[in-house]
Design a protein around this ligand. Structure first.
Ligand SMILES: Nc1nc2c(ncn2[C@@H]2O[C@H](COP(=O)(O)OP(=O)(O)OP(=O)(O)O)[C@@H](O)[C@H]2O)c(=O)[nH]1
Ligand SMILES: [Mg+2]
Length: 530
């Protein structure tokens, strides 16, 4: 009991959330601004030199910096007003959505960014649905108010019509584009005016709210009129505030601002920390595990190699789900049933690695991975059970990968193996005529570019990719041994996966169905462990 209550003291002031949206809505920019408020930047998942006055960013990978898009999610930690925050910045591009979906499993709530110019976009719709299915609270930040975009009321309507979620604006923008100058908080009745990216002035109205002369005198008449009209409409026709609905993900609190100008970000953060949930119970094979369960448990949701070019090591990201995590503890690795002593747990400071003594539910911890961990692995201090499976997407694009410099054969193999273990590419081998070609499969085309780039930059192995026409991979299983030469039919290719399992690549479903008709005893599975 005592242990549980001291655990509650650690669990309650913790928040773990993911930032999601269509590409370019401003997730990484927002993440950086949030980190600024944390002062000391603690990073797990991001290692980047802190150049003069430039804070570490979650786009730490060279290719991300060059192209200005996030290709991988990253986890960072900071403390604000005594709350320990774990923030997960995700990539918006659909080609990396497997990573985003997995990261969402590690989050207790989501912050959905919407670009006020573009409104609700395709990828946001998909990610929103995933959050909704998980029943986690979804907070909305409508971004880029420093640009002229859609009328905020129209954006609200779009959120309700397209996403089918009710919304409750916590605050409302004052002006837009060049005229955007502040935010009005509906509950606190405060007008927050921005003078620069760090200077904000808070005007507290009395019970009259917008009718208070203190507010009236601060705004020009047209801006003031529009603000009053909008707020009046929201008060009459809008949804009412309902904590329970927010908790269940049925009502989204809405905030406005500009991440780039750092306007509205702090107001959002402060309110979000009050309203968002602390680490929630997680479903496992032994039922629901409470964060205050006294024994430690957690799962690995991401593996990332070469985060630090100077060390070239591999980090497994663990979400702590229950109990207290201690440096050097021995736990059961549920998949293998083996006991493992956890290698030194890490958090990352912008430049320095920081060894962690302890961590609590909700925390994201980086573990050195000597090659024992896989995405989805559960670690537990007592007994052996597993958390829910993490989503795995079938590869849809395939290419033959060739090492262009034979003297770099070792680096080539190492790169292929490590990137496969990260879970971003699948690797297969052909075995016809004794020729062994490596074939890589990815979910989205852009992952090929990342693969090519990382092979060269992280492993020094220049590669060539020859795209193949296949779109499906199926693991073939049968009670009787299968002779691969029998499975050869029109437009398919038999290969083996890294565990030597037989896989058939098809151009489309039609050819898969034809082969299935021919060999009804063979099961063609979307994944080996399906
Ligand atoms: N005008 C304006 N531009 C912004 C704002 N926030 C972000 N941007 C710009 O939008 C672009 C994309 O921003 P990112 O933060 O990289 O977007 P992201 O959502 O992380 O993108 P992905 O990770 O690739 O999905 C950058 O050029 C930012 O400078 C904003 O509030 N106003
Ligand atoms: Mg980004």
């Amino acid at each position: 009991m005592e242990k549980q209550s001291s655990l509650s003291k650690q669990v309650n002031p913790r928040r773990t959330f993911a930032i999601i949206s269509h590409p370019d809505a401003g997730k990484t920019t927002m993440t950086e601004k949030l980190l600024l408020f944390g002062g000391a930047i603690r990073l797990a998942g991001t290692v980047k030199g802190r150049k003069t006055n430039k804070y570490a960013t979650s786009d730490w990978m060279q290719i991300e910096k060059e192209r200005g898009i996030s290709v991988t999610s990253s986890a960072m930690q900071f403390v604000y007003n005594g709350i320990q925050i774990n923030i997960l910045d995700t990539p918006g591009h659909q080609d990396f959505s497997e990573d985003t979906y997995r990261t969402l499993i590690a989050a207790d709530s989501a912050v959905m960014l919407i670009d006020v110019v573009k409104g609700v976009e395709a990828q946001t719709i998909k990610l929103f649905k995933v959050c909704r299915k998980r029943g986690i609270p979804i907070f909305t930040f409508i971004n880029k108010l420093d640009r002229y975009g859609k009328d905020p009321l129209d954006v609200l309507k779009e959120i309700e019509d397209v996403l089918g979620i009710n919304s409750y604006p916590m605050n409302w923008p004052v002006g837009m584009g060049k005229e955007f100058c502040g935010i009005y908080d509906r509950q606190k009745k405060t007008l927050e005016l921005y003078h620069s990216d760090i200077e904000r002035e808070i005007v507290q109205a009395d019970e009259r709210g917008l009718e208070d002369p203190k507010i009236i005198e601060r705004l020009d008449s047209a801006t003031y009129r529009k603000l009053c009209d909008d707020i009046e409409l929201l008060d009459i026709a809008g949804d009412s505030y309902d904590e329970e609905k927010i908790e269940q993900g049925l009502l989204s609190p809405i905030f406005f601002g500009s991440a780039l100008s750092n306007w509205g970000v702090q107001a959002f953060l402060e309110q979000f920390l009050i309203m968002s949930p602390s680490p929630r119970p997680q479903m496992s094979t032994k039922g629901l595990v409470l964060p205050t369960d006294p024994t430690f448990s957690g799962f690995i949701f991401k593996i990332q190699a070469n985060m630090n070019p100077a060390h070239r090591d591999r980090i497994a990201f663990l979400r702590v789900c229950s109990g207290r995590f201690e440096r050097g503890m021995t736990v059961t690795h549920a998949r293998s049933g083996k006991k493992v002593k956890l290698p030194q747990p890490q958090q990352f400071l912008a430049q320095d690695r920081d060894i962690l003594e302890e961590a609590y539910p909700g925390d994201v911890v980086g573990l050195f991975d000597p090659g024992i961990f896989r995405i989805g692995d559960t670690l537990c201090e007592e007994g052996s059970f597993e958390y829910e499976k993490l989503p795995q997407f079938p590869a849809e694009h395939f290419a033959r990968i060739t090492n262009l410099d034979f003297s770099k054969y070792k680096q080539f193999q190492k790169g292929i193996n490590q990137l496969t273990e990260e879970g971003t590419v699948q690797v297969f081998r052909t075995f016809v005529n004794g020729l062994e070609d490596n074939i890589v499969g990815v979910v989205g085309q852009l992952q090929f570019e990342v693969l090519e780039y990382r092979m060269e930059n992280e492993y020094g192995a220049k590669v060539r990719l020859d795209h193949l026409p296949f779109r499906l991979a199926r693991w073939a299983e049968s009670a009787k041994p299968i002779d691969p030469s029998n499975l050869k039919a029109l437009k398919n290719l038999c290969v083996k996966d890294k565990d030597d399992k037989l896989v058939v690549l098809f151009e489309d479903n039609y050819y898969l169905e034809r082969l299935q008709d021919k060999y009804p005893e063979v099961r063609f599975k979307i994944a080996w462990n399906e």
